[in-house]
Design a protein around this ligand. Structure first.
Ligand code: BDR
Ligand code: CA
Length: 309
């Protein structure tokens, strides 16, 4: 399978890349970097470094949006470290980003191979919204879109109802979720239930090799942040779970379908992801998305560890 990854690495973005890179059947056709966990120059540079670490040094990395369409950007060094990778220093990358922008690269790859490209979006959805402006037929050119984002029936992680990737650019998210993609949503509803436990993290820490050593160091920082939420040193596996659902769809054990909208005007709810679960939902002609609610957690974590060996 050919995959375009749009991301803001980001610790859990890094682990998602590791999951994909370890799979010989996955061709990572390109990476789009977006602002989010850090500034876009940093997330693009991190993507280049991570591709070398995870053994895919030839994948093109394109720089995308440096800010949301409407609001001011808000970054997350308190979650991902000042460098976006838990303050773990990876070697300088041998390459630079390509000249094309991330939306241009996505559109070109989709047009080159209609129906043969999957998209994994694990950062704010600005690059995808811009790509839709360049190519409105993108949803029919792409086979499947998997988005990590939203908090559908659970609390948000940035506001009462707001998850980071959606609230970091609600206008873009509303455009992308309404564009008609064959869409799987991997929201906090399932990612907060799919955690790297202290035991799993200890197993990773004891795994030989550079990939495991450095990924363990990233995740140690991440678990430090999450320990304030969970009460123990463990962390949610947001972006890796989205990667896994794309590559190993059999991991999904529960889901429902509903049209999705993003609240863009609410004073308390801006950035909320709203699924219309009524049996005959409104006059909404939006293509329903599949909202994943449960996964085979043990198998996912075993596969994640295998990818890092
Ligand atoms: C999402 O926000 C980012 O901080 C993470 O990388 C993940 O994509 C989780 O809400
Ligand atoms: Ca991310």
């Amino acid at each position: 399978m050919r995959v375009f990854v749009d991301c803001d690495p980001g610790i859990d973005d890094a682990v998602a890349l590791a999951y994909l890179a370890a799979r010989p059947e996955v061709e990572i056709a390109g990476i789009g970097a977006v602002f989010g966990n850090n500034a876009v120059e940093v997330t693009a540079d991190n993507a280049l470094r991570l591709l070398e670490l995870y053994g895919r040094p030839d994948v093109p990395v394109a720089v995308g949006a440096s800010r949301p369409l409407v609001q001011e950007p808000r970054l997350a060094p308190h979650v991902h470290g000042a460098n976006g990778l838990g303050d773990v220093e990876l070697p300088e990358p041998a390459r630079k980003p390509v000249a094309e922008s991330a939306p241009e690269l996505l559109v070109r790859l989709a047009r080159e191979n209609p129906g043969g490209l999957d998209v994994l979006a694990v950062g704010p959805l600005t690059n995808l919204a811009v790509a839709l402006g360049l190519e409105p037929k993108l949803p029919s050119l792409v086979r499947k879109l998997v988005v990590m984002g939203g908090a559908v029936s659970v609390p948000g992680n940035v506001g009462p109802h707001a998850e980071a990737n959606i609230v970091n650019d609600p206008e873009s998210a509303e455009t992308v979720l309404g564009a008609g993609f064959d869409l799987d949503l991997i929201a906090l509803d399932v990612t907060m239930e799919t955690v790297a436990s202290p035991e799993w993290l200890a197993e990773l820490a004891g795994t030989p090799g550079e990939k495991a050593r450095l990924t363990s160091a990233f995740l140690d920082f991440y678990a430090g942040f999450y320990s304030k939420l969970f009460g123990v040193r463990q962390c949610a596996m947001h972006d890796p779970l989205a990667a896994a659902v794309l590559v190993d769809p059999h991991l999904v054990t529960g889901a429902f379908e509903a049209p999705l909208r993003v609240e863009t005007t609410g004073t308390l709810t801006r950035g909320m992801t709203v699924a219309d679960r009524r049996p005959q939902p409104s006059r909404d002609d939006r293509r329903p998305a599949r909202i994943v609610t449960s996964v085979a957690e043990a198998e996912f974590l075993r596969r994640m560890l295998d990818a890092l060996r």
